[in-house]
Design a protein around this ligand. Sequence first.
Ligand code: CP3
Length: 340
Amino acid sequence: MNKPLLDVLDHERRTPPPVWLMRQAGRYLPEYRAVREKAGDFLKLCFTPEFATEVTLQPVRRFGFDAAILFSDILVVPYALGQPVWYSVGEGPRLEPIADRQGLQRLKGEIDQGVLAPVYETIRQVKSNLPPQVALLGFCGAPWTVASYMVAGRGTPDQEPARMLAYGDPAGFAALIDRLVDASASYLIEQLRAGVDAVQIFDTWAGVLPAEEFRRWCMEPTQRIIAKVRVRVPGAKVIGFPRGVGAALVRYVEEVPIDAVSLDWTTDLGFARDQIQWRMPVQGNLDPLALVAGGAALDRAIDEILDTLADGPFVFNLGHGILPQTPIAHVEQMLARVRG
Ligand code: CP3
């Protein structure tokens, strides 16, 4: 049986377009909150295959999405490199910051695949429970975005600590990025071997860098990850998501060998159609706040996206992760409209 999402990654147009939502497993779902509470700790949720499988399947069961995305987090990679990572309720992720080369030396040389083994077991369990037409996506964070949390020890508004380290000690910062390129490639290779159909690389903080830094810390490391992955898994399908880069998206899709690109919600739709979509399939890009707002504003936003992008290879999605306060009825309204 065909998977509509994989057809689109092969540059086919599907009507209606396949649809899934970034962060579709999460706190807006009461059934997620119940499992989250049972697990207690967020990393325990990620590393217990029975829990992680259940929350991966929940949004597919409830909404019939065309893809499931593996339940995990981008910060399991620093965790598997030996950096202490924890999640405090209401505060987001916290890490013991890496301030300099001494901090880098405390990391493991290679990612500890033993720590990540439960993630691969989750993939196998999800795979055997997923309807045949639903694609399973794996993912990792891009090195720049992951490094920005590793250096600051937490989320920051404009990634100032990581940008300062990159300017102050470019060779040291490059060593951290290199470590993440190797670790991320190994992680994605094992996800693909365990059965994911495609992977998405989240570069949530790509948009804070000047052009030359964007090339050096976002584009080049992502190119190297994809090259390494495809040596071991020929033809591996990759979706890129460099958030907030504006017109630099053209350079990204020309030079990074991805199969499709995810558009953030600020991306101009005409620009996406005329400059990006003739090169590759696009995914996106509903404003997550329009989904919170609902009503006529939501309908209008969906129609504009469909009118502009659905004549080509296209996956309907949000322009960033779904927000915890999103009403479930608005997700249903959205699906009914997208599927006609
Ligand atoms: O999409 C999915 O449903 C799969 C799971 C997934 C999570 N995080 C689960 C999660 C995915 C794909 C991610 C990616 C991720 N994690 C990114 C890149 C995408 C993006 O949204 O920008 C980033 C930057 C992170 C790091 C991270 N993890 C942050 C900043 C936070 C706190 C913010 C928040 O939403 O609470 C997390 C925690 C996290 N990761 C939660 C979930 C469901 C919420 C934690 C909880 O349930 O208590």
